[in-house]
Design a protein around this ligand. Structure first.
Ligand code: SF4
Length: 238
């Protein structure tokens, strides 16, 4: 007769083994995504500085999008996170609420984040453009030039270990390159802050592109990119 498998025992053994091979530094669950050095008063400073930027964005009229928007969308999330997601710009749903990635693309992004074993509230999400371009047209170069300093400052304050760019415009803007997303994705690049700090950047497809091209191959490509992110952070890959 086959021996009955004790699932609880197997899971416990697996976790113990994973911890052993990670030399006792394996971090689990919610603790994994929050930076240990930020579990103190400086977290409040970062939150305060981010709120100041958000207020500047809400008042901003530096480009014509400022007079066309319903709400500016400064960005949202955990200021102590190790991962920041950056998309292109707000769509109609985001413009209506002032919150990034809440439409169909946002729902897919949330699914991806959950598949990584995380919650949306544990990461930070923003865009290179803070106000919606009319009819979802591409942002113009001068609009990006005017808006980018807000995101650059937000990234400096959060100081994440990894930036995941969603779609070609975000990757090309932050990496200052014209290479196509198909060539950029799948490997880490480096984003440099104004003080010269290098932050690892993983370009992947925008959830809106995935929705339009919902093939097994494209989903696998995005998941492969996210697995690399988790591995780089020494986090468990679900
Ligand atoms: S898109 Fe950016 S630069 Fe233009 S008005 Fe909005 S916040 Fe200001």
């Amino acid at each position: 007769m086959e021996k009955e498998i004790n699932i609880k025992k197997v899971v416990k053994q697996h976790l113990e083994m994973a911890e052993f091979f990670s030399d006792g530094v394996l971090v689990k669950g919610k603790e994994a995504i929050i930076k240990p050095q930020r579990r103190n008063a400086s977290a409040e400073n970062v939150t305060g500085e981010l709120e100041k930027i958000a207020e500047q964005v809400r008042q901003c009229k530096k480009c014509e999008l400022g007079s066309l928007r319903t709400n500016a969308v400064p960005g949202q999330g955990n200021p102590n996170t190790r991962i920041v997601f950056v998309g292109e710009g707000p769509g109609a749903d985001e413009d209506a609420k002032g919150i990034p990635f809440i439409g169909r693309s946002g729902q897919l992004l949330e699914k991806i984040i959950k598949a990584m074993g995380l919650q949306r509230s544990e990461v930070w999400i923003g865009n290179i453009i803070k106000c919606r371009p009319p009819n979802n047209r591409d942002p113009k170069p001068d609009e990006i030039i005017n808006c980018l300093p807000y995101l650059q400052k937000q990234i400096e304050l959060i100081n994440p270990e990894i930036i995941v760019t969603l779609g070609a415009p975000a990757a090309k803007t932050l990496l200052n390159t014209n290479q196509p997303i198909g060539r950029l994705r799948g490997e880490f690049h480096e984003y440099y802050t104004s003080s010269g700090t290098a932050i690892k950047l993983m370009p992947t497809y925008h959830p809106a592109y995935l929705l339009r091209n919902y093939s097994d191959d494209n989903r696998k490509r995005v998941w492969d990119d996210m697995k690399q992110v988790l591995a780089e952070l020494n986090m468990p890959i679900p």
